[in-house]
Design a protein. Structure first.
Length: 220
């Protein structure tokens, strides 16, 4: 009996979350009952008003009684409206408090998790770790640069030999271009004629013929 009495007034140790949920559910159920009662009273008020109008001329006693019943129902409806407003405020307050409590629990869990994560760290360890990371990154860059550098590929190069070879290539290229320019066809303007070259073989034949004629004349 005493345990039930204390439980009714919130005694005993219970889960706060469950208690809040039970209270919200109970308040909402009570609000539904009040709403049904309000609907009933509003219908009753409308009916009494119809009776009062119907008897306002023919039966004033019945009309007056109907108005009294209507007035009493209106007063009760006003009291229920005030009660409903209080219950709705309690529901909102409980929901807000429950949300705040759950938020605090979630934030505490997050804080505890962060403590566990950061438990083995301090700023000195973080700085040392970052310094080690940067050192290894610089070492990796140096290794990559060394591997990709052709100067360290085991080949010894003489700069004077390279310069001499380059000069020879340049001279060969210039001579090739000059030869190509000498053999390039000459484009003459329209109407002009190109001077015909005397074949070298024909000139040599004429000289040999004249030489033979001169020898024959001397022999005579």
């Amino acid at each position: 009996m005493m345990a039930g009495f204390m439980s009714y007034f919130g005694g005993g140790r219970r889960d706060p979350k469950q208690s809040a949920r039970d209270a919200i559910v109970g308040l909402r159920q009570h609000l539904q009952m009040i709403e049904k009662k309000e609907d009933y009273l509003q219908k009753k008020i409308d009916e009494e008003m119809k009776k009062a109008r119907a008897n306002a001329v023919t039966n004033k006693t019945a009309a007056t009684a109907a108005l009294r019943r209507k007035k009493a129902s209106e007063q009760e409806l006003d009291r229920l409206s005030g009660t409903r407003l209080q219950l709705e405020m309690q529901v909102n307050t409980l929901e807000s408090a429950n949300l705040n409590a759950e938020t605090m629990v979630a934030m505490k869990k997050a804080a505890d998790a962060l403590k566990v994560i950061h438990g083995g760290f301090d700023m000195k360890k973080v700085d040392d770790t970052m310094a080690a990371v940067n050192e290894q990154r610089e070492l990796a860059n140096e290794i990559a640069e060394t591997i990709s550098n052709p100067m360290n590929a085991g080949i010894e190069l003489d700069e004077s030999e390279l310069l001499e070879e380059l000069n020879n290539l340049e001279e060969e290229e210039l001579n090739m271009r000059l030869n190509e320019a000498d053999h390039a066809p000459v484009h003459l303007p329209p109407g002009s004629t190109r001077a015909e070259k005397t074949p070298v073989a024909a000139v040599e034949d004429d000289e040999e013929a004249q030489l033979r004629e001169l020898q024959a004349a001397l022999a005579m």
